[in-house]
Design a protein around this ligand. Structure first.
Ligand code: HSE
Length: 378
């Protein structure tokens, strides 16, 4: 099998490459690397030493070279998918397209992949000859890795979520912007901070003044300050009171589970308010889950803990929550922390939960490399 890799240098692509190296994926297939900017160049030394890789970079827009691949795996982004996918199919290519971008996600001939949650949906699709396998929205995938057990057990009546999404969800430039803003805020009150006798309200006033005075260049990615602030809107305005990120929460979750339009099972209502916060990496969510019956908390904890090898159940105590249920603890690991589990005052069927996942791993790169493995075994 020849696998064409596109967009392997960006943030998601780099995380993907590092995971593929860690898991010794290279060597299981012939790898051809494509580039949008350096076609004809040499593969970087770090990748060139991997087994079964072609040493030169191919042009990512050259359909003929792409057609020679049995699988194209792209993290290049939605513009690339829009530009290349249709012409490639029209040219008669019938290979597997694995994609991180949202472009094809909701198409009838595409499956959203998250195999620990929806292996049966993936198997069915492969049997039907589906060729497009797309990674889900990061927030959705991380949430399902955490509480997927409740869906599998058919216990969820609805979910209302509030998300706390890290700067990295926007991309590398967004992370830089946040850090630069943090630096500006700190610098603006440095002297006052150094003086233990200075007045906190004066510090606060000056920080606010700095935040409000940040230039267009300093806020070009988030549009408004994020440092010392939060932004209760992520992605496009759909014009109906919801953001695109919020719409994905419902639509993609159901599609991953094989529910809603195109499936035989009705959609489960999932609604959220998605919020950007000043964390660097990891998307967190506070969930209110209505169960369709009263299940003892102990049973729920056990179901969640045993669902997959990556869930880390965090006891619902202050000590455990502040030490183990934070983006800092989860960043860089495949662990999905699930905590704050308790029955809510709303009633016995209402469950509160807080989940955290590294959105670059389970939220982006990991389902893609696992899909490639599934294809290699198919
Ligand atoms: N849309 C997500 C975010 C990242 O902005 O945090 C990608 O799914």
């Amino acid at each position: 099998m020849r696998v064409g890799l596109v967009g392997w240098r960006g943030m998601v692509g780099s995380v993907l490459m590092s995971r593929m190296v860690d898991e010794s994926d290279f060597g299981l297939f012939d790898a051809r690397f494509f580039s949008t900017s350096n076609a004809g160049g040499q593969l970087p030394a770090g990748l060139a030493v991997l087994p079964r890789v072609e040493p030169r970079l191919y042009d990512a827009s050259d359909l003929a070279s792409l057609q020679e691949c049995d699988v194209v795996l792209t993290c290049q982004g939605s513009d690339y998918t829009k530009q290349v996918y249709e012409p490639l199919r029209k040219a008669g290519w019938s290979g597997y397209w694995i994609d991180a971008a949202k472009t094809l996600r909701m198409n009838d001939d595409a499956i959203i992949v998250l195999d620990p949650v929806n292996q049966p949906v993936i198997d069915q699709a492969l049997n039907k000859g589906i060729k497009n396998f797309v990674g889900g929205n990061c927030t959705v995938s991380c949430m399902l890795m955490g509480v997927g057990a409740l869906f599998k057990a058919g216990l969820v009546e609805f979910i209302a979520a509030t998300t706390y999404q890290a700067a990295s969800g926007g991309g590398a430039q967004h992370m830089r912007e946040l850090l630069n803003q943090m630096g500006s805020l700190n610098a603006s009150v440095r002297q006052l901070l150094d003086d233990p006798a200075s007045a906190i309200l004066e510090i606060d006033r000056q920080v606010l003044q700095t935040q409000k005075g940040l230039s267009a260049e300093q806020t070009q990615h988030f549009l408004v300050p994020l440092a010392g602030n939060l932004i209760p809107w992520i992605d496009a305005d759909r014009g109906d009171g919801t953001s695109l990120e919020e719409w994905k929460g419902g639509a993609e979750t159901n599609k991953i589970l094989g529910r809603g339009p195109g499936f035989n099972q009705p959609a489960i209502p999932i609604d959220s308010i998605c919020v950007r916060i000043g964390a660097m990496r990891c998307h967190s969510q506070s969930l209110t889950i209505k169960l369709n019956k009263n299940v003892p908390l102990k049973d729920i904890e056990q179901m969640i803990a045993e669902d997959n090898p990556w869930v880390r159940l965090v006891p619902n105590t202050k000590e455990d929550s502040i030490h183990h249920l934070t983006p800092i603890q989860v960043t860089g690991s495949l662990n999905i922390a699930v905590g704050r589990l308790r029955k809510l005052a709303l009633g016995d069927q209402y469950l509160g939960a807080f989940t955290i996942g590294d959105q670059l791993l389970w939220g982006a790169a990991e389902p893609l490399r696992r899909m490639l493995r599934i294809l290699l075994k198919a």
